[in-house]
Design a binder for this molecule. Structure first.
Ligand code: DAK
Length: 259
């Protein structure tokens, strides 16, 4: 399928989605959200793909939800818009695939929320990250009030949400919001190297690990540990477990078959 606001590239087992609406700093309108939803579903089904990079064209990753489109929304339209965003972010979070956000510039509002739904976040040293919605007379609507405190703790989350002030990539790294700060010209190369590394893992384990962390963080520890026990034992029903352990003992690299 061809996209108006996205560029999709596939190299080996890595898919790169670039949001391409630079005239509006890649702001998320309904069309962009719809296209992102379609591409995420498409990649989920593509068994040749084992890792995804999400990035933006130009000086923004995503400068937020589209303010021009939101300005005259009714309450019902706002609810539908928020549900559309939440559905997309849940799909990324629950995807079998590891998503790497390569944050090339502004990641504000909905952009920060998309970023937080990804599994590993690399940010350009030029990135500016924040939840400025309060300055527009609203609060985050794509999960920002919920994912941000889970990632950085209540203290820092409230500061960012209440002030609306953006932070730079180094501060985002310091508070645990992102994984790494990268020089702008190296961002995509680093993201690609990381993605290639992830494609060498067992995709079954990638999806198990994502599910355990994402589910476990929202439930009590004993229940979460029970989930891990059940999941761990099911690893032993996979060929990848036999292959991984045989490869170690035979002093060779494993070749996982996703079985
Ligand atoms: N929406 C629409 N257009 C945007 C935009 C946005 N979020 N951000 C930038 N643009 C447009 C600008 O209007 C401008 O368009 P023209 O005037 O050229 O037509 C173009 O992109 C270039 O922007 P600037 O001229 O402003 O560029 P600068 O380099 O001077 O400034 C900036 C860059 C990122 C600092 C500035 O553009 C800015 O502050 N942008 C807004 C950032 C922001 O407030 N983001 C949060 C958006 S609110 C909900 C659902 C979702 C949400 C909330 C509730 N429910 C339904 C409950 C989420 C909300 C948000 O994300």
């Amino acid at each position: 399928m061809s996209y108006k606001h996205l560029i999709l590239e596939k190299k080996d087992a890595v898919a790169t989605i670039k949001i391409h609406r630079p005239e509006a700093l890649n702001a998320l309108n309904k069309d962009v959200l719809t296209e992102l939803t379609v591409v995420v579903k498409e990649l989920e089904k593509d068994t040749n793909v084992k890792a995804v990079i999400l990035t933006g064209e130009g000086k923004a990753f995503i400068a937020g939800a589209d303010i021009k489109q939101m300005k005259d929304m009714t309450m019902l339209e706002a609810k539908q818009f928020a549900e559309q965003g939440h559905q997309l972010l849940s799909m990324i979070e629950q995807s079998r695939l590891p998503y790497i956000a390569a944050v090339n510039g502004y990641a504000l509002g909905g952009g920060c929320e998309v970023m937080m739904a990804c599994d590993i976040i690399l940010a350009s040293a030029q990135a500016k990250i924040g939840q400025p919605e309060t300055n527009l007379g609203i609060h985050p609507g794509f999960g920002g009030t919920q994912r941000l405190p889970r990632l950085v703790g209540i203290t820092k989350a409230k500061e960012l949400l209440l002030t609306g002030d953006p932070i730079d990539a180094h501060e985002a790294l310091r508070i645990g919001l992102i994984n790494k700060v990268v020089e702008p010209e190296k961002l995509l190369t680093e993201a690609e190297a990381l993605a290639q590394k992830l494609t060498q893992k067992s995709g079954i384990q990638t999806s198990f690990i994502k599910a355990l962390v994402n589910k476990g963080i929202n439930i009590d520890l004993p229940s979460a540990c029970s989930l891990e026990i059940a999941s761990f034992s099911s690893c032993f029903a996979t060929e990848d477990q036999k292959e991984g352990m045989s490869a170690f003992l035979e002093k060779r690299k494993p070749s996982f078959k996703e079985k």
